[in-house]
Design a protein around this ligand. Sequence first.
Ligand SMILES: CC(=O)N[C@H]1[C@@H](OP(=O)(O)OP(=O)(O)OC[C@H]2O[C@@H](n3ccc(=O)[nH]c3=O)[C@H](O)[C@@H]2O)O[C@H](CO)[C@@H](O)[C@@H]1O
Ligand SMILES: C=C(OP(=O)(O)O)C(=O)O
Length: 459
Amino acid sequence: MLKLYTVSAFLPLPLLQTHTPKPQTLTITGPTTLSGHLTISGSKNSSLPLLAATLLCSNSSLLHNVPTNLTDINAMLSILRSLGAKIEVDIGSAQILLNTDNVRSVEPCLEEMKKTRGGFFVIGPLLTRFGEAVVGLPGGCDIGERPVDLYIRGFRALGAVVELRDGKMLAHAANGRGLVGGTFHLDFPSVGATETLMMAACMADGVTMLSNVAKEPEVIDLARFLNDSGACVYGAGTDKLLIKGKCHLHGSEYVVPPDRIEAGTFMLAAAITRSCISISPIIPSHLACLIDKLKIAGCRITQFNHDTLEVSAMPTNVGDRMQGFDIKTGPFPGFPTDLQPLTMALLTTCRGSNIVEESVFEKRMSHVRELQKLGADIRVCGSTALVFGGEKGSALHGSRLVAADLRGGVSLVLAGLAAEGTTEIDGIAHIDRGYENLDTKLQLLGADIKRLIRRPLCL
Ligand SMILES: CC(=O)N[C@H]1[C@@H](OP(=O)(O)OP(=O)(O)OC[C@H]2O[C@@H](n3ccc(=O)[nH]c3=O)[C@H](O)[C@@H]2O)O[C@H](CO)[C@@H](O)[C@@H]1O
Ligand SMILES: C=C(OP(=O)(O)O)C(=O)O
């Protein structure tokens, strides 16, 4: 079996992928210096629960600034369509119009469910709207065990009978009618469980009190959309939610905010390449932790207007030895776990021995082995990594790598931008789940990065 490679500049992903996409490879030639301005897409992790929440709303809902060129978003749209939702996507204006009035099914397509963790959000709206739901257990990045115990116990607190069977969660209202308000304390402030239980409680009969909930900006977005649609959700952004159930929610319009993780990714890209770029729109308070760390490293971060940041990591700002720093991930407002692998890539090029502690997911270290192939000196013990940059930071060199998950995959792209020579990265379907046109955006900033489609040739 021989393989042929063909080059394509930018391949928009089809809206509905009915076929298995051909394996693709990113090839990066470094080291690169980036410059210019970049527009940040709408947030994937806000869009996914918002799309699910439209199952609670009568008439049409209109979402603006949705990152429509993500496989995660397209899998979510397929899941909603499999339930009977009518959906119109305007790719050019990043708008999605949804009407779920004709939804009758409580069991979304199992195959589509396997493609995205976000698809599991539909269980909350389905259970509260129809009194029952049968939903495949969530997929998503392989970064830990990712159990669903908080969802199960939360639904039970709202009067549901829940069991796991044949890779699915089966839930129905114990009273045969619908969910009822209840009280539930989350052992850990899980983002997905908070959002799912919030949606379920919106149409439960009575008042629900959820404590130790997630405070992530995406939770606040969902609460805003639900309240705009007639729900009564109080306390979003604090660790307690009080939700008064309503019999009826109506459609509304919502503008998805910029993706804080994509913004952080490009800030780190500027830092690792010792470049100066600007990005907008962003909400600086969503990135406070990263901004603080980059300032410690010596980067100059300047805010223009309310939504534009310039990140300068030019040698004139940071010297030729960027200062390292330690990080410990945690729920918002802590350091985002989604930026941990990318920050680790930067730290390999910084001075000193720096500690990266992953406290949210127990298995989010798969990028380490690949970064080591580039010459990085990293030692891992459990969920903690020690990154040795030495006096100057490691000098990375190109290699052939495999992305094993979304953010781990993009950490390899960042390292490839800084490495001497050519880096090839396979497994980029993981990256396409969560980054719109990453290669095209980096090209616009001056990176030498190409997407290759691998066509196996059988002789
Ligand atoms: C689509 C989406 O928004 N994904 C984000 C969401 O994932 P997701 O919602 O899956 O992450 P969670 O906040 O639920 O997970 C945090 C921790 O809680 C644990 N847990 C969760 C639920 C449960 O029932 N039991 C349990 O033990 C998980 O195993 C993990 O260790 O938040 C994560 C943490 O910010 C981000 O990395 C993901 O990008
Ligand atoms: C882990 C992520 O996504 P998911 O929760 O969908 O696996 C992510 O966005 O980094």
